[in-house]
Design a binder for this molecule. Structure first.
Ligand code: 3PG
Ligand code: MG
Length: 389
């Protein structure tokens, strides 16, 4: 997709530049758990400063504070980290200002023109480097390009280029997509879009139980979206690769937890863990794909030339249910394929296993990358194309 990039801007020398980033990073007790979203756009900020921009006004949302100031979502930890990174890059950080959380104002999510006025006041240029938020038609994303000469920063431009490779005919085959995560309803659109493009679509995570139910399997107390069973059944029948196998591959074995067993953040892990086939015993809960499926998924990834992975295979934060996600992560990391990992939980899993540097591209946007693969466009990109450059 053609979008204006930094070199398309009028010379930034002496100008005031508004830069939208996605600094929505995970923070625990005031500590940033993963600063990737702050590190990557430093390249864009540095370029603008090297071009002698007079001032950069950087802005972002953080969390979902719902239109009112909330100290839990203050930008302070991000501001401190940004300052350190700019200093390490050897640039004049005094020319960079980071605004407070955009979502402290209701105008941001409402895309209120008055809030856009406020953001662009005194600015000469706009740079959007917030790929992770490009699927949100919010004021700071879609507003400024109609008012100022605008372009995509390096992070946004690179994300679009990588995803275009997956969508284009140049994607090398076999193309294997691996999708996990909890809600199948969130993923139906992208499955629909991918099923005719990929050779195999491997399904794990909480969403696989609705597919298993569609195949007539018992799912016990596992996550199930009953109103999506018919959609899953239709997708299982769709798309047949030339070798005749199914496009959508669901687990044939599972790792399950006994009734009443506890798992998840902040809980003492309890209960009995068992390996079963594709049927979950009554009251038990499927929380990971089983070892046979993990090996089969790893083999499919190993044979692929292009891999897209979004969403964990199980509750990997609990070591009892991490094996499936680890197998996928390790297969993606050691594969010779062009490997793209789509944001959020799968990126966190890769990082937890120490494999983040072993794939070709870790997207900074989970929701945004899925929506781009599904729609082929995003509100933030459309705004830049329509914009004033
Ligand atoms: C994300 O983390 O997914 C992006 O920053 C977008 O945040 P949102 O889902 O709260 O709009
Ligand atoms: Mg999100």
């Amino acid at each position: 997709m053609n979008i204006p990039v930094l070199e398309d801007l009028p010379s930034p020398g002496g100008k005031h530049v508004l830069v939208r980033c996605d600094f929505n990073v995970p923070i625990t007790d005031g500590q940033i758990d993963d600063d990737l979203r702050i590190r990557l756009p430093i390249e864009t900020l540095t370029w603008l400063l090297d071009q002698d921009a007079a001032r950069l006004t950087v802005c972002s949302h953080l969390g979902r504070p719902k239109g009112t100031p909330d100290p839990r979502y203050s930008m302070d930890p991000v501001r401190a980290r940004l300052g350190e990174l700019l200093e390490a890059a050897g640039v004049d950080a005094s020319r960079v200002e980071l605004l407070e959380n955009l979502r402290f104002s209701p105008g941001e999510e409402d895309n209120d023109p008055a809030f856009v006025d406020h953001l662009v006041a005194g600015q000469d240029l706009y740079v959007d480097d917030a790929f992770g938020a490009a699927h949100r038609a919010h004021a700071s994303i879609v507003g400024p390009p109609a008012r100022l000469p605008s372009a995509a920063g390096r992070v946004l431009a690179r994300e679009v280029e990588v995803l275009d490779t997956l969508l284009g005919r140049a994607a090398r085959r076999p193309f294997v997509a691996v999708l996990g995560g909890s809600k199948v309803s969130d993923k139906l659109g992208v499955i629909e879009a991918l099923v005719d493009r990929v050779d195999r679509l491997l399904v794990g995570g909480g969403m696989c139980y609705t597919f298993l139910a569609a195949q007539g399997h018992a799912v016990g107390a596992s996550l199930l979206e009953e109103d999506r069973i018919d959609d899953c059944r239709r997708l299982l029948d769709a798309g047949r690769p030339p070798d005749g196998g199914p496009t959508i591959v669901v687990p044939t074995d599972l790792t399950v937890l006994s009734p009443g067993g506890a798992f998840g953040p902040g809980k003492e892990p309890t209960g009995e863990v068992r390996q079963v086939g594709a049927d979950v015993p009554g009251g038990w809960m499927g929380l990971d794909i089983g070892p046979g499926s993990a090996a089969a998924f790893a083999d499919a990834i190993g044979e692929a030339a292009t891999v897209f992975w979004n969403g964990p295979m199980g509750v990997f934060e609990d070591p009892r249910f991490a094996a499936g996600t680890r197998a996928v992560a390790e297969a993606a990391a050691s594969s010779r394929a062009f490997t793209v990992v789509g944001g959020g939980d799968s990126a966190a899993a890769l990082a937890a296993f120490g494999l983040a540097d072993a794939v070709d591209h870790v997207s900074t946007g989970g929701g945004a990358s899925l929506e781009y693969l599904e729609q082929g466009d995003l509100p933030g990109l459309a705004a830049l194309r329509r914009g004033a450059v």
